[in-house]
Write a protein that binds this ligand. Structure first.
Ligand SMILES: C[S@@+](CC[C@H](N)C(=O)[O-])C[C@H]1O[C@@H](n2cnc3c(N)ncnc32)[C@H](O)[C@@H]1O
Length: 215
């Protein structure tokens, strides 16, 4: 079943305002009045921009609002690939965020069209909470990561304050999912991911993990 939030992602005018208007407000909202999500996002962008010969995959890339940061430091054969299933988001990505080392592919996060062990960095930012069946997406992200490669996720988390009256109801109606505090960590650990780290910023969480060097 398609949720309200998913339908919104396919609306061309939403794709056009997403990067400049919606996402900044939404990011701030995750901090519940503070700035921790904005601060972490800024640090993440700087981290993604570090110099290196890396293959980067951005799962559910939307209009490609991380492509500039994630491709700026790439050298050698380094490439950034964004994948999304929304044609209007990808049209916006091509128009607003092109780049010499940037390409976009249309596809479903549940079936990433790449061989095992292709990418050094696999991102999935602000998207997992929209996907009705999100855990298999983590499986796919780990599968396409190289041994020793990293995965980075930003999504929702149930903070104690998210017991706020109505918060879960709003999430439920819109189709946004709020993950349990350890739900994604436990899934990644069960998949064999290593160095699984979580940073909680209000009702947002950042997860960093690595595919083991062997296996
Ligand atoms: C809120 S946007 C996030 C865009 C970007 N990653 C960011 O951080 O702002 C969520 C994106 O997930 C995409 N999406 C949702 N389900 C997907 C799926 N199963 N496969 C691929 N993309 C999906 C939507 O089309 C939308 O562009």
């Amino acid at each position: 079943m398609t949720t309200i939030a998913q339908r919104l992602m396919g609306v061309p005018v939403f794709s056009q305002i997403y990067e400049q208007l919606w996402r900044p407000v939404f990011t701030r909202g995750f901090s519940l009045g503070g700035s921790s999500t904005v601060d972490y996002d800024r640090a993440l962008r700087a981290y993604l921009a570090r110099t290196g010969d890396r293959m980067v995959l951005d799962v559910a890339c939307g209009p490609g609002n991380y492509s500039d940061d994630a491709s700026r430091g790439l050298v050698g054969d380094g490439q950034y690939v964004g994948i999304d299933f929304s044609a209007s988001m990808l049209a916006q990505a091509h128009a607003a965020n092109p780049g010499e080392r940037v390409s976009y592919v249309r596809g479903d996060a549940h079936h990433l069209p790449f061989p095992d062990g292709t990418f050094d960095t696999v991102l999935c930012l602000a998207a997992l909470y929209l996907i009705p069946d999100p855990l298999p997406v983590l499986d796919e992200m780990l599968r396409v990561a190289k041994p020793g490669g990293e995965i980075v996720v930003f999504t929702s988390v149930r903070a104690s304050i998210a017991a706020l009256p109505g918060a879960e109801a709003v999430a439920g109606v819109s189709g946004l999912r709020i993950f349990g505090r350890r739900e994604l960590l436990e899934h990644l650990e069960a998949l064999g991911a290593e160095h699984v780290e979580q940073t909680v910023t209000g009702v947002g969480q950042y997860i960093h993990a690595r595919r083991p060097l062997a296996g």
